[in-house]
Structure formats: structure tokens, C-alpha cells
Write a protein that binds this ligand. Structure first.
Ligand code: SDX
Length: 378
């Protein structure tokens, strides 16, 4: 067997062949099925982009209508899921609530008919449709309120924003939110997608695939960074404090949240679009002083770390957009999951098409031939 060099974090090691998305980290290019994200952000919707990723091609008018219809009519969650969620501690993190709820869906649909296209389609629709309802339900129930029923007359993003506080959202907010979902839906072999593919490779059900990916997305080095960015901006508090804060991070070798990426060595193209969206919201709904702090951070980090290729990533500006929409900080990562579930499902389907179970090797650096010491001699 060929012995490869050990690479911490599997840096540069291909873990799969995929035609779903492509990143050029030097030029700052991201494509979904060959289409640049800038074009999709301008012209597409989240559900159309999800269809493109999962089924490989842009849908026809009829196909899109059918898909939107299916998602719309699967948005409701079973009362037993709601009852289960009511028992979750209100102080618990919404990502943990989402992971548990996504896994619990599998209890109701335990058939693992992975060769049946109808099962695949129904699972995709059910997960894309119900994940936002579960995120919104936990948000209301942890405040002691009943969840709001989905509204069939609202499209995907407007309905999610409506379910958060029973207010129909401003159309600009709903469109900006939909674009955010397009930007967060897919990103090659990131940690949560890798996790999804490993889980998928055992031929378990798609609910377990999504639950394991949600768990992986939540950490502060991955999707959880968007929450930490806002906490960091709150802690910095003013433009004058930015430089000393960054110098302190560099001295103590702590990570500056929302900066750096394994693949991008320039500003993440998604961060560029998100920054523009934040500016649109500030223009219509009022400025946010945290944006001044964020811009100063970008300037100082570029000055200090630009030569190392450390620039804002997707998580740097997404939080500012969601904050302007009045969304609580600890829902930022669950919203990332609402988008990314479609990317995970595209990888689930691709993994199943040419499956071989993931079973890498390791470099053993422990002991051998050690004798057992009886407990009273330790
Ligand atoms: C996402 O991969 C994806 O596709 C993920 C994602 C997606 O769409 O799925 O794009 C979403 O997860 C975005 C990343 C969110 N995380 C953060 O913002 C947390 C802060 N960033 C980092 O911790 C870091 O940059 C990572 C986790 C994003 C990348 O980690 P790597 O590739 O393992 O890089 P590293 O930690 O080994 O850093 C390499 C060097 C180090 O310096 P040296 O020791 O070589 O001198 O760069 C420095 C690091 O200290 N560095 C940073 C830094 N990021 C890297 N220094 C200060 N602040 C940072 N943020």
C-alpha cells in the first residue's frame, strides 16, 4: 500500500471527486455547477440554486414550480417534534436544538431506501422544508411562546423571517436574506460537508447525515464564527480600540474571528457580496456603528496579515446583515445550516452515486507491548 505523508487537517488532500462547486482561492472565484456566485446572487433564488446543486442543472420553469410547491407543502413539523423541542432547555444553543431535531426527524422516516429516487426526493424536500420551521419554532418556544405556523402565501425566505416573529418582512430584507442563503449554501470540501459525506458513506439515513453536519458546522472555527464576530465587535466597542485589539490578538496568537481561510488567500468573494448587502440595508434602515469597527478591522488586518493571505471570510459580514434584520446572534449559525443543508444533500446524493465507505488510516505514535498494571499498584 502507498504510504502518504501525514497532513494535519488533511490540508491539500482530495477526499472526493465532486462536480458540485469549485473554488479558486488565489483569484477569489466560487462557482456552483460552473456558474459564478455573483451571477446567482443577482439572478437566482435560494430554492432554484438548491435545485441546481442537488440535481446538477438549473430547473425548467415547470420543474422549479413543482419543487417550490413541494417545499411549501412540507414546511409543517409534526406536533411530536414540537413537543420534544418544548422540553429542550431554553438556555440551550439553537444549533444543539437543531441537531437534535434533525436527528429526530429520522425517527419518523426510518426507511433507508437509498436506491429509490422517490425516497431521495422526499428526503431532500422534507429536510429543506422543515429545517427553517424547526429553527423558528425553537426561537419562539425558548421565549415561552407557541411556534408560528408557516404561511403558504410567502416564499421560502419571507416565510422563515415571518415565522421568527409573526411579522411579514420588508421585501428588501426578504430578498437580502434569500441572497445570504445562496451565498452560504455550498462550499466544496469544508469540515461539515466532509462530515456529511463520511456519514453518508456508511449508507445511513439522510437525517443522520444532516445531524452530523449540523454538529460540525457549529464550532467557532467553522460556521460558528459568524456569532463570534459580533461578540468580538461588541467587545472592541469603538474604532479607536481596533488596532490595540488586533495587536493583542497577534501577541497572544489568538485567532481574529471572521478572518483567514484554508483555501482563499484573497478576500472571500462571498464576503464582498455580503458587505454590499449590509450597505444596502444600512442605507434603507439606518447605519450600524459596528460596520465602522468592521471596516477598520479589515484595514488593520490587511496591513498586518495581508502578506500571509489573511482576509475577511464569509462569516465576517454575514452577522452584520443578520443583525440589521433584528435576528438574534445565536441564530446566525442555524441560518447558515438552513442554507447549507442543500449543499450537504447534494454531496449526500453524489456520495451515494459512487459510494465507498470512508476509512482512512492513521500514523500510530503510541506504545506497544505494554503490560497491564493491576489497579492497586497504580
Ligand atoms: C468557514 O472551509 C470552508 O469552506 C469553510 C467555510 C464554508 O463555507 O464552509 O468557508 C465557512 O468556516 C469560514 C471560517 C470561519 N472561521 C473563522 O473565521 C475563525 C478564524 N479563522 C481561523 O481560525 C482560520 O483562518 C481557519 C480555521 C478559517 C483556517 O484554518 P487553517 O487553514 O487551519 O489555518 P491555520 O489556523 O493553520 O492558520 C495558518 C496561519 C497561522 O499562522 P502561522 O502559525 O503559520 O504563523 O495563519 C494564521 C495562523 O496563526 N491565521 C490567523 C487567522 N487565520 C489564520 N491569524 C490570526 N487570525 C486569524 N483569523
Amino acid at each position: 500500500m502507498m504510504v502518504c505523508e501525514y497532513k494535519p487537517g488533511l490540508e491539500g488532500i482530495p477526499a472526493a471527486q465532486s462536480s458540485i462547486s469549485y473554488v479558486d482561492g488565489q483569484k477569489g472565484i466560487l462557482e456552483y455547477r460552473g456558474i459564478r456566485i455573483e451571477e446567482l446572487a443577482e439572478k437566482s433564488t435560494f430554492l432554484e440554486t438548491a435545485y441546481l446543486l442537488i440535481w446538477g442543472e438549473l430547473p425548467s420553469k415547470e420543474e422549479l414550480k413543482t419543487f417550490e410547491h413541494e417545499v411549501r407543502y412540507h414546511r409543517r413539523i409534526k406536533y411530536r417534534i414540537r413537543d420534544m423541542m418544548k422540553c429542550f432547555p431554553e438556555s440551550g444553543h439553537p444549533m444543539d436544538a437543531l441537531q437534535a431535531s434533525a436527528a429526530a426527524l429520522g425517527l419518523f422516516y426510518s426507511l433507508r431506501d437509498l436506491h429509490n429516487p422517490v425516497y431521495i426526493r422526499e428526503s431532500v424536500v422534507r429536510l429543506i422544508a422543515t429545517i427553517p420551521t424547526m429553527v423558528a419554532a425553537f426561537q419562539l418556544m425558548r421565549k415561552g411562546n407557541d411556534p408560528v405556523r408557516p404561511r403558504d402565501d410567502l416564499d421560502y425566505s419571507a416565510n422563515f423571517l415571518y415565522m421568527l416573529d409573526e411579522q411579514e418582512p420588508d421585501p428588501l430584507m426578504a430578498r437580502v436574506f434569500d441572497i445570504c442563503l445562496i451565498l452560504q449554501v455550498e462550499h466544496t470540501m469544508n469540515a461539515s460537508t466532509f462530515s456529511a459525506r463520511v456519514t453518508a458513506s456508511t449508507l445511513t439515513d439522510p437525517y443522520a447525515v444532516v445531524a452530523s453536519a449540523v454538529g460540525t458546522l457549529g464550532g467557532p472555527l467553522h460556521g460558528g464564527a459568524n456569532e463570534e464576530v459580533i461578540q468580538m465587535l461588541e467587545k472592541i466597542g469603538s474604532v479607536e480600540n481596533v488596532r490595540p485589539y488586533i495587536e493583542h490578538c497577534l501577541q497572544t496568537k489568538s485567532k481574529i474571528m471572521g478572518f483567514g481561510h484554508r483555501v482563499y488567500k484573497v478576500k472571500d468573494p462571498r464576503a464582498i457580496i455580503l458587505q454590499g448587502l449590509a450597505e444596502q440595508l444600512f442605507e434603507k434602515f439606518g447605519h450600524d456603528k459596528f460596520y465602522d469597527i468592521a471596516q477598520e478591522m479589515e484595514r488593520v488586518v490587511e496591513e498586518k496579515l495581508g502578506s500571509k493571505g489573511i482576509y475577511p471570510n464569509i462569516d465576517f459580514y454575514s452577522g452584520l446583515v443578520y443583525r440589521k434584520m433584528g435576528i438574534p446572534t445565536d441564530l446566525f449559525t442555524p441560518i447558515f445550516a438552513i442554507a447549507r443543508v442543500a449543499g450537504w444533500l447534494a454531496h449526500w446524493k453524489e456520495q451515494l452515486a459512487e459510494n465507498r465507505i470512508f476509512r482512512p488510516t492513521q500514523v500510530y505514535n503510541g506504545l506497544h507491548e505494554v503490560t497491564y498494571t493491576p489497579i492497586d499498584q497504580r
